[in-house]
Structures are given as structure tokens and as C-alpha cells.
Design a protein around this ligand. Structure first.
Ligand code: ZN
Length: 491
């Protein structure tokens, strides 16, 4: 019966092939990605308490969003959220993560919730005004962030991933400067003579007190048939501004998100929609105001001064950044699968208290015994006295995270981090390239280096700086050690 034998043999072979194929497919984990946005715009007029530098909003130019990207390697998941907010409250981030874990199973150490630092938005503290039931923005925000991640999670689909590093050096300027002698002494928060001045005007400048980071590190995900799903970038630029007073806007971050979608060929009507995301890198001492030393100004000669309409500058910066990213994006390497791993640590820092001399100064000002020479808008004797209070807890816990996405690393920090700290992390990271995300999982003030503390200037003053003077050294060492651990894990 050769025919039956042949048939039997053929069916054995078929069964083997089928089994083998199934086993192969089961062995090979599928990489998936999903992205979504949640609208987090507060009600008009409701944010007077959180928009300390501006009057309450009477208009919304563009809606604020929590932009969410979820990655899944078949075993581990990672959720990356960037919110159009000035700050990220640690409580809101923790609350959001709790809901995310309940709904999706993604543990808190695999979730990053950060703020872009757009100055034309709120923070998270928008509670009832005294005696007036109003609006609990923190609760709304927490829920909307969790919803965004859940929606991204629901939309997970097989995907490819790639990453790259673009550069846009023309839009970042260190805002702390040594001044020419002709400018006279700089008086700071406590009438100490400081060595550097923050946002010192445009003439009489000697040299910047620190570097800038011109890199735009990005990661990109697309469906297996090439449809763009999301691109997340990070650039060390405080914000751009040029936005009308009393108006809510997500600044250049959202304009970048929109433009990069167009440049990558995302269809406005694709389903689900493409999600562009721009996170804040390390920009504590970096802004978009073009400042040059007197020497450099003389070399450059008179420059035409462009007058910008509202939003025009933000759009210009966003478009420039998107074009730089898009150019590098053309030649990135696509991976069908990468492994994800995450590490989180809580660092306990000593809270910064004013020195005895500072308290004496503040008490003397309060008692009108001395008139402060400082013309600072930012820091007053009240801040010093408030921070001298024994009611302030002596330590502060902050969350730092590192994530590995194939050969791309991510470090997150809950501060407005100085550019040189981000550069040091990039230099020392055992995994290259490194994407820095600041104002992540909390916001605990500026983070200068000990050397920058020594130079003084606004960002180093008590009130806006809350932790021990060497906190940056401890944080960088912790992050590098964590990146080392991720690097040692088998891929
Ligand atoms: Zn700021």
C-alpha cells in the first residue's frame, strides 16, 4: 500500500511542519506598541492659583494633553506619558500609576509620567478655593492620565521600533551668565554678591555659566506595514513662549508633536491616530532667548531683529526640531523586537534649610532693620523664614528611573535639571544613546550641581531649590549604577 504509506508520511510531515511552525511562533515574542492622548485642559479661569506668573486664563489657544505611549516586548511593558503641564505633582503621578496598574497590570516602576514644562498651563494643584467648592484638577488629571495609558494599552498592535539622535544647537541658550565688570555687582536673594545672573539682559555679558545640550534624542514606533504609530523625542529646552497673556497653550512641545506626524507621513485620519510627543530633557538653566557675550556680539555685527507674532516663535522652534528629527529618522535602524527592562529607586535627600546667616538676614528684613538690596522678583525674606520652619520635614523622597529599550536607555528625574547634569549622564551611560526626561514622576524644584550652587543665581536660591547641595552628584551616581545594572542584564 504505497499510496496509503505515502499519504501517512505526508500527513506526518504536515503535522510536524504545522507543530514546528506553531512552536516557532510561540518562541518568538511579538513586539507591540500603542499610543493615545487624553485632554487635560483645565477650565477657563480656574487656574489662577497655579499660574503664578500669569493672570487666570480667559482663553485656550490649544488644548493640553497627556500623550501616552505603551510598549510591550511580550513579557515586560513600558508606559511613557508626557503631560502639557508646567510641573508634575508626585501625588498625581503616584495616583495615576495606581490606577494604571489596576487596569493594565503595568507596575509603577515601568511607568514614566512627566511634564513638558509649558509655562502657559497649570500645575496639578487646583483645589477648592476656601469656602467655594470649585474643581479638583488633581483628581481629574490623575484619572485622565490613567485613561490615556489604558487607551494606548487597548490599542497595542504588532510594531517595529527604532531610535536616533538629532541635533538642534541654534535654539538652546544657557540663561546663567557671568557679567562684564561694567555691569557692577549682582545682588541675589539674600544680598550675597553672586557670581552669575539668570536672564541678565542682552548686553554686558562675559560668558555663560554652563553648557547646553543640543541633542534631540527620539524613539519611533510604526506598525509592521509601516504606518507611524508614535514618536517620542526629548530636547533640553525650558519652553519657548511668545503666547498671548491669559491664554492656555501647550507651547512648542505640542506643535512639534503635530509637525513630526506630518513629516513622517502620518495620515490625519488614520486609525488609531499618530501620537507625537516631546518631553523636556535637561533644561533647568536653558531657554530660547538668544544671548551672546559682548565679544560674540561685536563679531556678529548688527543683526536684523525679527518681530514675532504670538505663537510664531514656538511654531518656528517646533518645526526646526521636527525637521532635524525627520532627517535622522530617514536612516534609523528598525527592530522587529527589542527587550524592555526598567529599574526604579527612591532617593532620600536632606531637605535644604536656610543657613543661620540667611535666617538672621530674613529676620532683620522682616523687622525692617535692613532694606534688602536685592531687586529680585523671585525670592523674599518670607521664603527664607518659611524654609527655616521646623514643620518642614527634614528629608525628601524622590523617584528616579532608568529604562532600557533595546540599545536605547532612558533616565528620568523629578527636577528641573541643569543641562550639564544631563550631559554627564549621557557621557557616563553604559547604554548609548541615552534619553533624559526631567520633571518626571514628581517636580521638586531646580537641580543645579554643587559648583553651580557656589556660583549662585536664581536657580540656586532656597525656595526654588529644595534639596541638599550635592543632590545632583548622588542622583547621577545612582542613575549610572542603575543603567549599569540594566546593561548587565542579558538581552
Ligand atoms: Zn520654568
Amino acid at each position: 500500500m504505497p499510496t496509503i504509506r505515502a499519504l501517512l508520511l505526508a500527513s506526518f510531515c504536515l503535522a510536524f511542519i504545522l507543530l514546528h511552525d506553531t512552536a516557532d511562533a510561540a518562541d518568538k515574542p511579538v513586539f507591540r506598541a500603542g499610543a493615545a492622548t487624553s485632554n487635560i485642559t483645565p477650565p477657563i479661569g480656574a487656574d489662577s492659583r497655579v499660574r503664578t506668573s500669569r493672570p487666570p486664563a480667559t482663553h485656550v489657544h490649544d488644548e493640553l494633553h497627556a500623550r501616552c505611549l505603551v510598549l510591550d516586548d511580550g513579557e515586560a511593558k513600558l508606559a511613557l506619558v508626557v503631560c502639557d503641564l508646567r510641573h508634575m505633582s508626585a501625588e498625581v503621578a503616584a495616583g495615576g500609576k495606581e490606577i494604571i496598574q489596576r487596569m493594565t497590570g503595568i507596575p509603577p516602576e515601568c511607568v514614566v509620567i512627566s511634564a513638558t514644562h509649558t509655562h502657559t498651563s497649570g500645575g496639578a494643584k487646583l483645589e477648592d478655593r476656601a469656602g467655594e467648592p470649585y474643581y479638583d484638577y488633581a483628581a481629574f488629571l490623575t484619572r485622565r492620565i490613567a485613561d490615556g495609558v489604558l487607551r494606548a494599552f487597548n490599542q497595542l498592535e504588532p510594531a517595529r521600533i527604532g531610535w536616533g539622535v538629532a541635533e538642534e544647537p541654534t535654539q538652546v541658550f544657557n540663561r546663567r551668565w557671568f557679567l562684564m565688570a561694567k555691569r557692577g555687582p549682582i545682588y541675589g536673594a539674600h544680598d550675597n554678591i553672586e557670581q552669575v545672573d539668570t536672564n541678565p539682559g542682552y548686553t554686558g555679558l562675559l560668558r555663560p555659566a554652563g553648557p547646553v545640550d543640543p541633542q534631540i534624542t527620539f524613539l519611533s514606533v510604526q506598525s509592521t506595514d509601516g504606518k507611524p504609530i508614535s514618536l517620542l523625542a526629548s530636547y533640553g529646552l525650558h519652553y519657548v513662549g511668545g503666547i498671548q497673556a491669559n491664554t492656555i497653550s501647550a507651547d512648542y512641545f505640542a506643535m512639534f508633536a503635530e509637525r513630526i506626524g506630518e513629516l513622517l507621513g502620518a495620515d490625519r485620519h488614520q486609525d488609531p491616530p499618530f501620537v507625537g510627543i516631546m518631553a523636556n530633557g535637561t533644561s533647568g538653566d536653558v531657554n530660547n532667548l538668544e544671548r551672546y557675550s559682548d565679544e560674540e556680539l561685536a563679531k556678529r555685527g548688527p543683526q536684523p531683529k525679527k518681530r514675532y507674532q504670538s505663537y510664531e516663535k514656538a511654531r518656528e522652534v517646533a518645526n526646526l526640531c521636527a525637521e532635524k528629527v525627520s532627517a535622522v529618522h530617514k536612516s534609523i535602524k528598525w527592530h522587529d523586537h527589542v527587550k524592555l527592562s526598567s529599574l526604579q529607586r527612591t532617593l532620600t535627600f536632606t531637605r535644604r534649610y536656610p543657613t543661620k546667616a540667611e535666617v538672621e538676614w530674613a529676620e532683620a528684613v522682616k523687622a525692617k532693620k535692613i532694606k534688602p538690596m536685592s531687586t529680585s522678583r523671585y525670592s523674599t525674606y518670607q521664603t527664607v523664614l518659611a524654609y527655616a520652619s521646623p514643620d518642614i520635614p527634614p528629608t525628601m523622597d524622590v523617584i528616579v528611573q532608568t529604562h532600557r529599550i533595546g540599545d536605547l536607555a532612558v533616565a528620568t528625574m523629578p527636577f528641573e535639571v541643569f543641562a550639564e547634569i544631563g550631559l554627564e549622564l549621557k557621557e557616563r551611560s553604559p547604554i548609548q544613546p541615552l534619553m533624559n526626561i526631567s520633571i518626571a514622576n514628581g517636580a521638586h524644584g531646580y537641580l543645579p550641581t554643587p559648583e553651580q550652587h557656589h556660583l549662585g543665581g536664581y536657580e540656586t536660591w532656597i525656595g526654588v531649590n529644595k534639596v541638599q547641595l550635592d543632590a545632583s552628584v548622588k542622583m547621577v551616581d545612582a542613575l549610572i549604577e542603575m543603567l549599569g545594572k540594566l546593561n548587565d542584564k542579558p538581552q
